[in-house]
Design a binder for this molecule. Sequence first.
Ligand code: FUL
Length: 631
Amino acid sequence: MNNRFLSVGLLLLSTGLWLSCSISTIEPPAAYGVTPTASQLEWQKMEYYMFVHFGPNTFTDVEWGDGKEDPKVFNPAGLDCRQWAKTAKDAGMEAIIITAKHHDGFCLWPSQYSTHTVRESLWKEGKGDVLRELSDACKEYGLKFGVYLSPWDQNHPSYGTPAYNQLFANTLTEVLTGYGDVFEQWFDGANGDVHKGKRQEYDWDLFHSTVYAHQPHAVIFSDVGPGCRWMGNEKGIAGETNWSRLNIEDFEPGLGAPPIDTLRNGNVYGEAWAPAETDVSIRPGWFYSPRTDDKVKTVNQLMDIYYTSIGRNSNLLLNVPPDREGRIHPSDSARLMEFKRARDKSFENNLTQEASLQATNTRGNLPAYAAANLLNGDYDSYWATDDGVLSASIEITLKQTETFNRFLVQEYIPLGQRVAKFALEAWDETAAQWTMLAEGTTIGYKRLLRFPRTTAQKLRLTIQESLACPVLNTIGLYNTPESFDAEGAMKEKNPFFDVSPDKWAVTYPDGGESFKRIIDADINTGSFIPQLIKIVIDLNESHPLKGFIYVPSYNSTEPAIMRYNFSVSKDGKQWTQVKKNAVFSNIKNNPVRQDVLFEASIEARYIMIDPLETTLGGQEFIIAEIGVITK
Ligand code: FUL
């Protein structure tokens, strides 16, 4: 900053005549639209941190506990929060956010406002406090600490009454005053109780004022911020167009949230600064299950997520669920370290380091705003154009011809987000022309472009449309490996079925061959079923059934079964209902394979699923696969 003023001052001294007419053109660009607060800027620079889903669900193998679990199921005998913190630190993460209270209402601290807490569990004879151990471990490892609290609470007797709001504020106060600084307060929008006709009107003003009273610097996450926003899916894919601005007035988290596309893209002229946070789990589900030990995402999948989250102007909140011992499972920690090495390897060598940069326009023609600032590593120095110049290019001449396949560009967001369209080209020496490498819309805090490996000495970054004069502070050019996985690891594995479906048949409805696709052990083929009808499958022989598997289409815009009955039969005539009005937990946001366990094993040859409601509310739904669990 000082340098800038110094050079401006020198110029003014040496060209005294200029003073009165040029002062407006050499001032720094005025902020455009809403801008981040100091806490939001600090938050954005964190980029990558850990989500921890932990609680009774870890032990009961469900994604949404119903609050009726015996608190004694929670007993992580070897709980080691220091191991979590060390893993996060070694993985290059900046913080840990923990599910202090998920939808089952179980509190990971001994709350005085609940009787469904660690105090009632067997763990440490009811004397433990997970938040204490984790917040201490975060301090020891230099990580920030954040808390998730679900407003939806299926255990607390006051839920669904006006008294609940103050109760929730009280529990928030306990969490926000007992464990030191909280950098992010995570409010989940999920509210499965609407299916049961139960609805709590949340007092968001009370919740927000409680957070700010105790943690004035906390960034509040929800579907609509106000600190940061959900980006609309749980797959790790932020919008290619991603404005950090959002219209939040008249919207509420959860049921009152804006459409998914709006969450994904933001609003170009939005009234609030509500940048996107991408939350995704390293496993198919949010909680640990031994069934998913072999389904931890591959390094290639994690690298993809890196590009589609951090590389698209979003922070990445990667969930790593501790196991039943209370430790991060070796498969997950090994993968996190491989992911770290893959990122380090990808971005270790910035090929623009010694490049020379030539811009078509530089604000006031001053070195203070010159394109060279894009390479100096100083976050607060930038290239900017004159006011009113809304498109401009920078020619990047590398020291020598290089081969590369990734480009990084950052906007200086303290002055707002501006760029709406840009392109990157390379100079083709042989053809003597520019060839397009990649085009994009928004940039924001950070944008990473992937394109086929190219060899050239000259590149051109063109800002084609900007809402105000463009202000960029960093570029980078890299040559990264295309793949980091061992041979074969990339292939999507088919679900594991204990019993081969080779001899199975769909006996109702009689849809001939088309229904075969739901029992062909191939998750890539399935059936689109236009009405809410029962499906009956003959397993050819009797099996001791412990549960069943439903694989929906992985595309969350396609309809899946959400609420259902499930029955089994020995003869296809007399049926025993084993699941009544049950819900596939979180299937709307995270449409992955669902493993449903019965209360007890039951001998049967026929199974019947009776869909009652779909994720999109219509009659039609997709089944990619139905399977059974016998082991
Ligand atoms: C969702 C919840 O319903 C899931 O269980 C999980 O906590 C995820 C992060 O948010 O809305």
